[in-house]
Design a protein around this ligand. Structure first.
Ligand code: FAD
Length: 448
């Protein structure tokens, strides 16, 4: 018996609760959904599922790229555990394991503080932190997992445990970057916050001289200060569009703790090469900037992303390769391209083995992005997925590893790509806390 509701097929709210953000996986529906109100409900749900031999899966925000919070068994939904309490004396925020970004942002805004966070308001905070957690603040404050001071989780044995640097330190280490769904169900996190600063935020699109611009832009950004957070999208076109004169475009989105004049100085080498087609640059207070300028609702859609890390600037050859593939997109009713997130600085100030997040020497995280719509036929989608696979394979000559938060069901060496030299320790911790793989999905960590 749990204190929350158990939803069965046909119940009010069942379908809406079961639906993942990536509608590609929407047909995999659970036999039941345990809506957990507290850690004890979570423990009871785990024990019930084990007793009845029903596979379980954890759900909070439902934004797993690969649909890894869907199941035909029992979905343990922790989204009702969504409290957020800020302690002004320590600057620590304590959040529930089911909180979503919009509620987390509201609590942080009220306290005038921040953490490293993403842009999509529907993403769940727990899995975001567990997978490392990237965002525009990461070069200044590190990854979200670096801001984790403590977490509470319910283990495969149904035991509620606390993990921090002194209590269950192995589990704490694994929770800092190994990704959601591997070691237990996290019901609470304590995160160190930082005071907010006013920002200059920007969205700038270039459509002329794209290769030269791209190269100059990436160099200029890489030379920028740690107070700069950016995302650079190379927007793909089909061969037909390209032949008709419509070339790839480049969109820079980001924030700077500084003035528009300081931003102009940083971007000067790019402006020399090409004048933007559209530029919106605003000075805004921190949270209004996040919510009304940088934020996105992340409406449910069909998509696949394939990620990897650049160490240093992408070479000329890497840029040529990216452009040649970006101009060969088969086309869907949605969008595709290559997105680069600027990493470096405080992300790399932490040793690769200090947390489970091993990628501590990169300068850019790339993602080959592909979205499609409900009316794009199967053959078209398959054609696009093949293009994405080939694009990614071509880029992998220049990159290393993959990002667990952009979990990718098509990776071959996923364990090595996600975890690198931390894999063996992660496997031995799995053997200690979940030897029977109660927490299991296609790319879950296996016990050693
Ligand atoms: C539109 C969009 C924008 C994104 N932006 C960013 C970004 O800016 N930065 C970034 O780092 N990532 C980003 N991501 C990736 C996101 O952080 C991960 O997909 C994350 O795993 C999603 O968490 P969720 O709770 O929403 O998803 P879910 O599908 O509910 O969960 C994801 C995984 O974690 C497990 N899990 C969920 N809750 C818990 C819990 N409480 N305890 C243990 N395991 C749990 C699930 O079983 C599943 O395996 C984005 C994703 C999308 C779709």
């Amino acid at each position: 018996m749990i204190s929350g509701q158990v939803l069965r097929p046909g119940d009010n709210g069942y379908l809406a609760t079961a639906a993942p953000n990536n509608l590609r996986y929407a047909s995999r529906l659970p036999a039941g959904i345990a809506m957990c109100l507290n850690p004890n409900d979570v423990a009871q749900s785990i024990l019930w599922s084990r007793q009845h031999g029903i596979p379980l899966i954890t759900r909070s925000g439902g934004h797993s790229y690969a649909g890894y919070s869907t199941t035909r068994g029992l979905m343990i939904d922790v989204s009702p555990i969504s409290q957020a309490d800020f302690d002004p004396s320590t600057g620590i925020v304590t959040i529930g394991g089911g909180i979503r970004n919009f509620a987390l942002y509201a609590a942080l805004q009220e306290a005038n503080v921040t953490i490293t966070h993403g842009r999509c308001t529907g993403v769940g905070g727990a899995a975001f932190v567990l997978g490392g957690g990237i965002g525009f603040n990461m070069r200044r404050f590190g990854l979200a997992c670096d801001q984790m001071i403590e977490t509470e989780l319910v283990t495969a044995a149904g035991t509620i445990v606390t993990a921090n640097s002194t209590e269950n330190p192995d589990l704490f280490w694994a929770c800092a970057g190994a990704g959601g769904g591997n070691y237990g169900i996290n019901t609470e996190f304590k995160l160190q916050t930082f005071p907010v600063s006013d920002l200059t935020v920007f969205r700038i699109t270039w459509t002329t001289d794209p290769e030269d611009l791209y190269s100059a832009l990436l160099s200029a950004l890489q030379a920028g200060p740690s107070t700069l957070g950016t995302r650079v999208a190379l927007n793909a076109v089909t061969p037909h569009q390209f032949a008709a004169g419509e070339d790839v475009s480049i969109t820079l989105l980001g924030q700077l703790v500084g003035t528009p004049e300081e931003l102009a100085d940083i971007l000067a080498p790019a402006y020399v090469v090409s004048t933007p087609a559209v530029a919106t640059i605003k000075q805004m207070a921190y949270w209004p900037a996040q919510i009304s300028f940088l934020g996105e609702p992340g409406v449910p859609n069909r998509y696949q992303e394939k990620s990897s890390f650049f160490i240093g600037l992408p070479s000329e050859e890497a840029i040529d390769t990216a452009f040649s593939w970006a101009r060969r997109w088969p086309g869907t009713s949605e969008q595709a391209g290559l997105v680069l997130f600027q990493t470096g600085d405080q992300v790399n100030a932490v040793a690769p083995d200090a947390t489970a997040f091993v990628h501590r020497n990169s300068d850019w995280l790339m993602s080959v992005v592909l979205d499609w719509g409900p009316d794009d036929g199967d053959a078209l989608v398959q054609n696009n997925l093949q293009w994405q696979k080939d694009f990614y394979a071509a880029m992998r000559r220049f990159t290393t590893g993959a990002f667990i938060n952009f979990v990718d069901p098509t990776l071959k060496n996923w364990q090595h790509d996600y975890y690198g030299s931390n894999l063996a320790r992660l496997q031995s911790i799995k053997a200690m806390v979940d030897p029977h793989q109660v927490f299991r999905f296609p790319e879950s960590i296996r016990p050693s």
